[in-house]
Design a protein around this ligand. Structure first.
Ligand code: ADP
Ligand code: MG
Length: 300
């Protein structure tokens, strides 16, 4: 099976402007983050995979096919564009039904499909209101809904959290993650926000000035620290007290206990104390650095 997406020595120049210069990467199942500052080439890469533009050189393949040479692959992709593309007089229900019919579903199926998807993105109640009256968050959800209506294998999301406040951003990211899990649809999420990637991506491709700066599993970029995270089902207070008695100080952090700067000897003490306490251990692992500590850069 070829990868879902594959860029091979892919370049795209717009006249004198170099948007992408000989980039190579693969996108596989799951949620992949395409991270990079403005102008890095994220939208250009997405448009190449959609077949909206052609490479200057190299290739962009969707499941082994070149989208700019055949239209087949387009049906397997959903696209949530960065720009406002919604018609404001239509309501969400009409719009989704229209998109479902365009994708080839007969009217009766299109109606059911539209209703199901709108319920999934949380626009059940408002679906008969004109889109022009929607908030930014609601418009983003309609844009996501139309990208899902033909049951694609992979959805390309171009800056889906742009213009959202922190609450709306969290909701959108949760919805994307939930969609990926519920429907088994893979996602390529373009964003300039590391926080978005940290929250939902399994893998990350970092683009900078038209080049791939880094790529790999997210965990690869979030190095371990010397802090140990401890999560037990119960007896949390007893565990903390017993550890303090044995010389290991822990602080509570939400439902976790954190042993800062823990040595190997501390690790053994923690294991013993938990075993003696009868508490069920859910997790005992080093805390990882945040992505933003690894890639220094503006967070917004
Ligand atoms: P990103 O989505 O990461 O912000 P883009 O792919 O939109 O980056 O842009 C990459 C570079 O290509 C930028 O320098 C941008 O100005 C340029 N660019 C993008 N689209 C065009 C276009 N249609 N014509 C000319 N230059 C473009
Ligand atoms: Mg862009």
């Amino acid at each position: 099976m070829p990868p879902l997406l594959e860029a091979r020595d892919l370049s795209k120049h717009y006249g004198q402007t170099i948007a992408l210069e000989s980039v190579s990467f693969e996108v596989h199942e799951g949620v992949t983050g395409l991270l990079g500052p403005n102008g890095a080439g994220k939208s250009t890469a997405i448009k190449l995979f959609l077949g909206l533009i052609r490479p200057t050189s190299g290739s962009a393949e969707v499941m082994g096919e070149r989208p700019y040479e055949s239209v087949e692959s387009r049906a397997r992709l959903g696209y949530m564009p960065e720009t406002e593309t919604l018609s404001s007089n239509m309501n969400a229900s009409e719009f989704l039904m229209h998109m479902a019919q365009v994708s080839g579903l007969p009217p009766s199926h299109a109606r059911t499909r539209a209703a199901d998807i709108l319920r999934h993105v949380g626009l059940d109640e408002e679906r008969y209101r004109p889109i022009g009256q929607y908030s930014t968050g609601m418009k983003q959800r309609v844009k996501l809904a139309q990208a899902l209506v033909h049951d694609p294998v992979l959805v390309l999301l171009d800056e889906p959290t742009a213009g959202l406040d922190p609450g709306g951003r969290e909701e959108m990211l949760d919805l994307i993650r939930r969609t990926a899990h519920t429907f088994g649809i893979s996602m390529l999420l373009s964003t300039h926000l590391m926080g978005d990637i940290e929250r939902i991506a399994d893998r990350v491709i970092l683009l900078e000035g038209g080049h791939v700066a880094e790529q790999g599993e997210l965990s690869q970029f979030t190095k371990e620290t010397t802090d140990l995270l401890i999560e037990v089902d119960d007896h949390r207070e007893e565990v903390a007290a017993a550890l303090a008695k044995r010389g290991v100080t822990v602080v509570a952090d939400g439902s976790l206990l954190v042993a800062q700067d823990a040595s190997d000897a501390d690790y053994d003490v923690i294991r013993d104390v938990i075993a003696e306490s009868g508490a069920r251990l859910r997790r005992l692992s080093p805390r990882r650095h945040r992505l933003s500590e690894i890639f220094l850069g503006p967070e917004s």
